[in-house]
Design a protein around this ligand. Sequence first.
Ligand code: SF4
Length: 276
Amino acid sequence: MSFKYKVYSEALKEKYGEKVYKLPINLPLTCPNRDGTKGTGGCIFCGETAAGFESLPCNMSIKSQLERNMDYIGSRYGAKKFIAFFQNFTNTYTDTETFRKNIYETAIANIVETCVSTRPDCISEKYLDILKEFSVETGINVSLELGLQSSNENTLKIINRGHGLKEFENAVKLVHSYGFPVCAHVIIDLPWDTDDDVIKTAKILSRLKVEGVKMHSLYVVKGTKLAEMYESGEVTLLSKDDYVRRAILFLKYLDKNCAIERIIGRAPLIFLLYKY
Ligand code: SF4
């Protein structure tokens, strides 16, 4: 059996008429699931640096981070258009004035889109209003990335997400009401999920009409709760073949208009206790 899925880089090419690259921005933030506001300890798979394995230091200004990465990617790939991507931690977990200042700092030459990654329970009208105003004033497009990981409520509890499926659904609807596209993050091979859960997640994302998905595998970062569980034998991870099988299953049930940004997540080996 073979089938096609929509590739994000191709979708960007269609939208912007040429190749477009995402430039990660690393801010000195944390996450309400780590500091006790929503939960403590964070998601069991999330390490000290969260997703910022390859980011520039968070004490660099946003403009400097963008310009440094733009120079590097521009000269390496001949890219001319870029997306400013607030990637690490929870980028709406800050007061609105700081958020506004951060967002407006991305309005520099060659940035065609500003993308904000956050938790579904940390997005509200006050941040979306700022993003709308920014987009109208600057002509720069806006998009959001929201973590779901699984649609199984029991799995969400085990991985200590600190939110449920309902919050994710409400967040997607709210973001869409502003006309901004959403990219959802999912971990395909969570051992507490069944194949049916993976299918259910794909169907829910299709029903919600999310515009994009980043698919991840469950790699074990040193120093995390998941690392403890793995070392003590409390959890057995799925194999590479299981990932491939589930990824195919997920893609089969996902709406074909949804663009795949990542078919698997990765982290530098030095941070990992286990990977395929
Ligand atoms: S919500 Fe994101 S930053 Fe916060 S603990 Fe979970 S993975 Fe880490």
